[in-house]
Write a protein of this length. Structure first.
Length: 166
């Protein structure tokens, strides 16, 4: 809410419960299951673990900057779960199968494609201020309702709004 600075329908635009459900359950889970079904395809696993770089940028920098805080929901799982898994995966590939470590570079491209398919495209295709599936109030404000509302009310247009992705 505070990160996108949407004034008209922040509970359903550009994110809403329906979009999150479709992205997380159908797109992301399918992406994870593919890597589980094909464990010898290193670049596919690397694509997943390298998505943590985007998560770190989003949860570690952008959202914290928008909230003017050092923590946000999602930061803990990114730093303490996803980042260690990514580091271990890269270490494991490099030390146990160095002849296939080159596939990690293909994983960078795979991570970019995965972010486009799993997150960016659905946001652009499913944004709708009249969506019937808004977030619940608890999901909107989280643990800092007063602070989020204050930031939201005092906010200027977000970078996404300035470049026309509003």
């Amino acid at each position: 809410m505070a990160a996108f600075r949407e004034k008209e329908a922040p509970e359903r635009y550009p994110f809403n419960a329906q979009r999150c459900f479709i992205c997380n359950v159908f797109l992301c889970y399918a992406f994870y299951i593919l890597a589980i079904c094909f464990p010898n395809v290193i670049w596919l696993g690397a694509s997943q673990v390298l998505c943590v770089i985007v998560q770190l940028a989003a949860h570690g920098l952008l959202i914290n900057f928008s909230l003017k805080d050092f923590y946000n929901p999602g930061l803990g799982s990114t730093v303490f779960l996803q980042l260690p898994v990514a580091i271990y995966y890269i270490w494991y590939v490099c030390t146990t199968m160095p002849e296939q470590a080159w596939q990690l570079w293909i994983g960078v491209l795979g991570a970019i494609i995965a972010m486009l398919i799993c997150f960016i495209s659905p946001v652009l295709l499913m944004r709708n201020r009249k969506n019937p599936y808004p977030f619940a109030e608890e999901e909107m404000y989280g643990y800092h309702k007063e602070k989020v509302l204050e930031i939201w009310q005092d906010s200027k247009p977000s970078i996404l709004q300035r470049v026309g992705l509003k």
